[in-house]
Structures are given as C-alpha cells and as structure tokens.
Design a protein around this ligand. Structure first.
Ligand SMILES: [Cu+2]
Length: 287
C-alpha cells in the first residue's frame, strides 16, 4: 500500500486558545540531573472509550532545557481516503490517507485536571477543546516535533506527531510561563484528535468548537480533528529516566504509524445517524 506523506501546508487543526488561570503555590521534587515530572495519559471520556487510548509522558527540566519523552497508543491512525468522507468531515481531499495528526500541548493554569463528562456543557456527547479548558487550562507549550514549541505552533499539524502509536522525544528551551506552571503543579498534558472508529457520533457531524476551517475544505473541520483524546496531569516524579527502552531520539520522532488505507467506499456519507454508523463500521473493519 502506498504511504502518503502529510503535505498539508500550515493547516490549523486544533486550536486550543484562550483560557484563564491563576498561579497557585505547590510543591516540586528535585532529583539529580534535573527535576522530573511525569503524566499518565488516559482517555478523555466520552471522546475516547476508557482504555482505548493510553500514554505516558516524562519531562525533565534542567534549567530551561526541557526533555520530553512520550509514548502513546490507540489513537486515530490515518485520515480517511474517501472523498465524501473527507468532505463531510471538513478535511481537504489533499489529506486523504495521511497519518492522522495529533497536536499536543502542555496546558497550564486551569484546574489542574482532565475534563470529565460534566465538561460537556452543551450536552452533545463530545468534550470540545473549549469545553475542556476550564479543567486543563490554556496552552503553555506545544509539543511539536520541530520548530516552535510556543502557543503559536499550537495548531500547526505539519509539526504535530501523527499516527495511532508514536514515540515522541524532544529537548527544547521551555518558556518561563510553562516552567513556572509546572513547578506550581499547574500543568496538564493534552493530545488532540479523535478516532473516527470510536469517537462520539457528534464529533463526526458537528463543526469544531473553534471555528477552524482548513484551507481547501468546504466546511468547518469536524470535532474529531480538534477535540482532546488523551489527558494527564503532570506531577513531580522521583524517576529521572523513562522506564522503557527503545526510545527513538532526535528531534521528535514518530513511529508505528500504520498505513491502513481507510476505505469508506462511496455512498453512506450524508452523515445522518446511519452514515455515522457506517463510518464507524467500515473504519472498525479495517483496524
Ligand atoms: Cu491542547
């Protein structure tokens, strides 16, 4: 099967903008060779079924040098290939079959927690990026694979890790605001982008909460492109190294991206309830 590269110039997928937060005093642990923190990433329910996605992140701070090592699994692997499906989801046809980009951030100065079902304030069955912000806060740092790690890169899918399972490792200079938040216990890791196979149906039929329209798309991107799927609070750790081996090094790498060639087929895609079921069924069949 042909592997397609992501050729999506500067396409904002998830924008996690604006949220307010206040600093709070808290503790942090010190260790030799830097201060380490970790986050166990779990499904944001109901955006993803409990246990369907998981991850682990380790962050070490040496001065303002942050080293992040992260493993995730179970995320959406690739974007659909069928034109009608893409169009219905607000995804340009140029994206067909590309690895599903998962923008990810260190959110800061919220309520230091991951959103629960009660965060779904409009009751559509999906926790949007905006709905989750009271819990996890605003973007402090973008965990991009290269280039800027600032909030300005928050929605740049061209520098987001992608695929169902990936290992991310990067050392970068962290901004002071994020460092302060981390030391104050005010940081939460969030990975975005839902799996069409198991996402709530409203995420396929509802436009994203931020009004993002991708260049070349005829409608706003569906919620699956932007909603949070994995989340975990960053907490002080006594450990200074990731417990597992085999971590790829060098400027943010992704691995395990599968080329599953989603094939939704024609028809079915007017996105009524039946069509949603059809998307899921077909997607699931190929995974
Ligand atoms: Cu985010």
């Amino acid at each position: 099967m042909q592997k397609k590269k992501l050729l999506l110039s500067a396409l904002p997928v998830a924008a996690c903008v604006a949220a307010l937060g206040a600093g709070a005093p808290a503790a942090h642990a010190a260790g030799s060779g830097g201060t380490s923190y970790q986050a166990n990433l779990a499904a944001v329910s109901p955006n993803a079924p409990a246990g369907a996605v998981s991850g682990q992140l380790m962050l070490t701070l040496n001065g303002n040098q942050a080293t992040v090592t992260e493993h995730v699994s179970g995320l959406a692997a690739t974007l659909p290939t069928d034109k009608k499906t893409l169009t219905a989801l607000g995804i340009p046809v140029a994206f067909a079959g590309a690895p599903f980009p998962h923008v990810q951030h260190i959110h800061i100065n919220g309520q230091d927690s991951c959103p629960t079902a009660s965060a779904d304030t409009n009751g559509d069955g999906v926790i949007s990026t905006v709905e989750g912000q009271p819990a996890y806060g605003m973007i402090g740092t973008t965990l991009s694979v290269k280039g800027s790690t600032g909030a300005s890169a928050a929605t740049d899918v061209t520098v987001a890790p992608s695929g169902a399972n990936f290992t991310y490792k990067r050392t970068f200079t962290m901004n002071q605001t994020t460092m302060t938040a981390i030391k104050n216990n005010k940081a939460v890791i969030v990975v975005h982008g839902l799996n069409p196979a198991n996402a709530p149906k409203a995420s396929l039929t509802t436009a994203n909460s931020l009004g993002v329209t991708l260049p070349g798309a005829t409608k706003k991107l569906a919620l699956i492109g932007t909603a949070p799927t994995l989340c975990g609070k960053l907490v002080a750790s006594q450990m200074n190294t990731m417990p597992s081996g085999g971590v790829q090094t060098g400027g943010g790498s992704t691995s395990g991206t599968q080329d599953l060639g989603l094939y939704y087929g024609a028809g079915a895609l007017l996105l009524g309830a039946g069509a949603v079921f059809e998307i899921r069924r077909r997607y699931a069949k190929q995974h």
